[in-house]
Each structure stands twice: as C-alpha cells, then as structure tokens.
Design a protein around this ligand. Structure first.
Ligand code: WQD
Length: 338
C-alpha cells in the first residue's frame, strides 16, 4: 500500500516508516519538524535502501494538506503527528488542543475529501487515567487526567463517531504504553528536545555524560521496590504493531481499539539496573519526591492484539536498554551529531 505517515520523522514514526518499507509498502511522510529532525528519515533510507517522500507540512495548514492529498494519492494514513509532553500540556492546554485535535480534524477532512478512509491512530495508555484497575483492557471507560491525554481521548471519540456515521471508514486506535529502545543498528532512536521528560532517554543521557544523575521520582509507592511500575515496550515491537493493525483494517471496515504493551510491569529501579547492565557500570541516581500526576503502577492486558492481530511483544527490557544505549552511545547529541 501507499501509506502517508504523519509525524514520520519522530521517534516512533521513523521506526514505523522503516518497518513499513521493509514490509514492502511505499511511504510518504508529513512532518512540521517542530519536534524532530529529517535526518532520521535520511538514515531510514540508508538502512532500507528505499526512498521516502517527505513533505514539510503542518496539519494546521489546510491548504497545504489538501494539496498534498491531491498531488499524491495514498491508500492509508498512520497518524503520529502531535505534541506529547504531559507536563507541558498542563501549562499550554490551548496549544495542545489546537495542535492535536484541530490538526487531526483537518487531516480527517482532507482524507475524506480525497476518498482516503483508512487510518491507524497513535493513541496512548494515558487515556485510561487513574480510575481504572490494571491491567488495562480496551473496553474500559477512558478518562485521562491531563490535557495531553484528553486530546488523545477526544481524537478517539472523533474517530469513533466518524466510523459510526460512515461505514466506509477503517480505523485502528492504538493505545501504547511506554515506548523505549531503538533500531538495533544504533542509527535511529529517540532524540528528545531539551531535558527528557521520560525515564529511559533521561537515563541514556546520564550514561553518555549529558546529565549528572537520574532523579528517581518517588520510592515510597506500594510496589515491590517502592518505585513506580510501567509497561515498557520496544519501539521495534511497537512499529510491528502498527503494521499489523494497518494490515487488519485494510481488510476490515469499522473502528478497532488495541493495547500495544507487554503486559509486564517494570519498576524505575528495574529499568535503571537494566540500563546499567547495558552500559557495563553503575549509574548515579538520587531518590526524590514523587512527580505530581504520576500513577503508582499500570500495565496492559495485551490479549486483544494477540487474538486479533497475532501480535505480541518479543523483546525483553534488557534488549530495550541495550538497543537504546547503542543509539545514544553512537549519537551522544542525537541527530545533531549528523
Ligand atoms: C516512567 C516512570 C516516572 C523520569 C509518559 C506519558 C505517556 C506516554 C509515555 C505519550 C514514572 C519515572 C521518569 C525521570 C523518574 N507518552 N521517572 N525519573 O509518565 O509513565 O508516561 O510517557 O503517549 O502519555 O504520560 O513515562 O517515562 O515519564 O515515566 O523517576 O527522570 O519513570 O515517575 O514512574 P510515563 P515516563
């Protein structure tokens, strides 16, 4: 299929573009490069020996969006583009709603106008919020507790309503947990701007000497080692999940939801020690206060994706950290090294 990947030069996007190319799909990428580098796509072309058409377009630019669909017909869209920092979203809710929700509505209107009605949407486990027991199951009531998560919720509602109103749509909503790791080549990986919000990129920057030490946000949770539990998933497993979901909706009309997770809860200290094994020595850390808004624990019930898509995670936490470390070691400043 010819697939347009929005946000395709980003972390999960670039790994999914590579996996799509290796599965024989043709790929175009739309990205405004506000949070990513086009270098990632140059390296994807180098790794696969295949070319990617790139469009530097913002989803808020409706004219450019319609021109893109008119000039380059595609069969399906995988939609990653969006702002995704939970903390930032609480300070800038309007920016997040406009960029993520209005941008998605513009995308869907352009798709519909050009007869493209197959979409895989990058949702997030954050939509489950704190009211649900874990492991999270797709049929649970969703209710996020931050503006970023609520943009994902609203987009899921828009896509559900669209699918209910027009039976021609084929829609996959993918709720993923905590993506970490990198392509085993070490040539592409996570390259957050500024101070990383997320655990593993922060640990990686400590390991490569860009940060002094890891602050562990709380060791007084009711968990085996007192630190919070999350469901970490290798970005290559996650990319495979997107391709499997695309293949499924290509032959199934309707709206479908799947968790993409391992079903395993790992603690902050589990992750730190796994990364230390990858690096080969201890890494400095300090236990500090809990981060406001963090949940003590959650992980996925991944059984629906296995039953429907034949998909499950294949990589261990140690493999995630080994691959993440290879990327960071080879690219201490991320893509700025290019
Ligand atoms: C994991 C654990 C922290 C950093 C977020 C978003 C979610 C999704 C994934 C987009 C927590 C602890 C972290 C640090 C720490 N993103 N931690 N020191 O919060 O589970 O999920 O990213 O979809 O929407 O909410 O991931 O990596 O930020 O934190 O101790 O410097 O690591 O407290 O327990 P989180 P995270």
């Amino acid at each position: 299929m010819k697939v347009l990947v929005t946000g395709g030069s980003g972390y999960i996007g670039s790994h999914t573009v590579l996996t799509l190319l290796e599965a024989g799909h043709e790929v175009s990428v739309l990205d405004n490069l506000v949070n990513s580098s086009a270098e990632s796509l140059r390296r994807v072309e180098e790794l696969t020996g295949k070319s990617v058409t790139f469009h530097q377009v913002d989803l808020l630019d409706e004219a450019a969006l319609n021109e893109l669909f008119a000039s380059e017909p595609v069969d399906a869209v995988i939609h990653f583009a969006g702002l995704k920092a939970v903390g930032e979203s609480t300070q800038q809710p309007l920016r997040y709603y406009h960029n993520n929700v209005t941008g998605t509505i513009n995308l869907l209107r352009a798709m519909d106008a050009h007869g493209v009605r197959t979409i895989v949407f990058s949702s997030s486990a954050t939509v489950y919020g704190g009211q649900n027991p874990y492991p999270y199951i797709e049929k649970m009531e969703i209710g996020s507790d931050n503006p970023y998560g609520r943009t994902k919720e609203h987009i899921e509602d828009i896509l559900s309503d669209l699918g209910a109103a027009d039976a021609r749509w084929r829609i996959a909503l993918l709720r993923y947990f905590n993506p970490v790791g990198a392509h085993p080549s070490g040539r592409i990986g996570e390259d957050p701007l500024g101070i990383p919000n997320n655990l593993v990129p922060f640990i990686a920057q400590v390991a490569v000497g860009r940060r002094e030490k890891l602050m562990v946000f709380g060791a007084d949770y009711d968990t085996p080692d007192g630190t919070a539990l999350r469901d970490y998933i290798h970005v290559m497993d996650l990319a495979d999940g997107h391709v499997a979901a695309l293949d499924y909706v290509a032959s199934h009309l309707g709206v479908f939801r799947w968790n993409l997770g391992s079903g395993i809860g790992s603690s902050v200290l589990d992750v730190l020690h796994s990364f230390e094994r990858a690096v080969g020595h201890e890494l400095p850390y300090e236990i500090t206060a809990r981060r406001p808004g963090d949940l003590p624990a959650f992980w996925a019930d991944p059984s629906a994706a296995l039953a429907d898509l034949g998909w499950s995670t294949t990589k261990t936490l140690d493999q995630m950290c080994e691959d993440h470390w290879r990327w960071q070691k080879n690219n201490p400043q991320g893509y700025q090294d290019a």
